[in-house]
Design a protein around this ligand. Structure first.
Ligand code: KG4
Ligand code: ZN
Length: 334
């Protein structure tokens, strides 16, 4: 089966084509760099950009892969969580295609798509798995008993890790989205120059909190002695605090719940320091570790298509009933 995946939950417009036999055929993303000048995603602008981007991306994807629309066997679309206006554009497009092509359509939970992006290289998720989902909107630990069975073991109480990267990057005058810029600048800095706080590190607590770190960085930047030469050390120290909290929580959660297989997912999973540190910690603890290929970490249509294949296989078709939702954890369906 060839499955088209559609992703418009935030500011990336992305489509992917997935073949249930051979895996990802292609995926194509338009990043909305227009939000740069506002320092964050403007929902109304994001929706309008999705309207502009979707059809050209769809046509290019089909042309690049030599696919006739009639060869698409099913469609998956992220229908939440995310920006409602953005989601509605993707879902509207998906419904029109499904009705026009007379093919089934399934809504895909955006976080489930991130979790299952670990399977896009062709190796099924080992279970039980602990997946750290870290993105601009989410920071959570899920136990995955099998595909379709998810238990939320930890969640952020305030900001998501990606949001923290972005806000700190903005404070330091770096580019947007901040994560990759902060990582790049951090390579030149000393990660131990400033001891920023790690919140909620008590035993047996697997929730996260990043708003205190954001405030600590702001107070540091606004302090009288701060000058621009300290930006790299501040960036590296902030990244260190985020990565340290993520790795320590993940490992203690895996140990506490006796889960031997650790996975990373979401946009922040593209961070090289986080990938290396989690890999090292898992190796030391005798746990297996896997992170998606970089191209499948930030929002992409391929992960939506891959996750949709699991739902389509159950015979589901949401063509006429699909709605969107702004927030909520992944719930079990299998
Ligand atoms: O998964 P994603 O594309 O969108 C959401 O579902 O939120 O994640 C986007 C987030 C942004 O906050 C971005 O700054 C962050 O992922 N990100 C990174 C890196 N690349 C993307 N954060 C840290 N280091 C990176 N290399
Ligand atoms: Zn995402």
């Amino acid at each position: 089966m060839k499955i088209l995946g559609i992703e418009t939950s935030c500011d990336d417009t992305s489509l992917g084509l997935y073949d249930t036999g051979s895996g990802v055929l292609a995926h194509l993303t338009a990043n909305q760099l227009i939000h740069d000048k506002y320092g964050g995603v403007v929902p109304e602008i994001a929706s309008r950009q999705h309207v502009r981007n979707l059809l050209p991306i769809y046509e290019t994807l089909l042309a690049d892969t030599g696919t006739d629309p009639g060869e698409i066997d099913g469609i998956g679309v992220s229908n939440g969580p995310g920006l409602v206006g953005s989601l509605l554009v993707g879902v509207g497009f998906a419904k029109a295609l499904a009705v026009g092509l007379d093919k089934p359509l399934v809504g895909v939970h955006h976080i489930e798509a991130h979790i299952l992006s670990n399977e896009l290289e062709g190796v099924p998720l080992k279970s039980p798995a602990l997946v750290l989902v870290v993105s601009g909107g989410h920071t959570a630990l899920y136990r995955v008993e099998k595909v379709g069975r998810y238990d939320l073991l930890g969640n952020t109480r305030d900001d998501a890790a990606g949001e923290c990267f972005d806000k700190i990057a903005k404070l330091l005058g770096l580019g947007y989205p901040g994560g990759p810029f902060l990582e790049a600048v951090s390579r030149e800095g000393n990660p131990h120059a400033v001891e920023f706080p790690r919140a909620m590190m008590t035993q047996g607590n697997f929730d996260f909190s990043f708003s205190g770190l954001k405030t600590a960085v702001r107070l540091h930047v606004e302090s009288p002695g701060f000058d621009p030469s300290q930006v790299t050390d501040t960036a590296a120290s902030a990244q260190e605090a985020i990565v340290d909290a993520l790795v320590r929580k993940t490992l203690s959660c895996a140990r506490h719940h006796n889960i031997p297989h650790v996975y990373l997912a979401g946009g922040v999973a593209a961070n090289g320091v986080l990938r290396a540190r989690l890999a090292e910690a898992c190796a030391q603890a005798d746990m297996t570790y896997h992170a998606p290929l970089l191209e499948y970490c930030t929002d992409n249509g391929a992960m939506v298509a891959g996750a949709a294949s699991r739902h389509l296989a159950t015979g589901r078709d949401d063509r006429l009933t699909l709605d969107v939702f702004a927030r909520g954890a992944v719930t079990s369906w299998a």
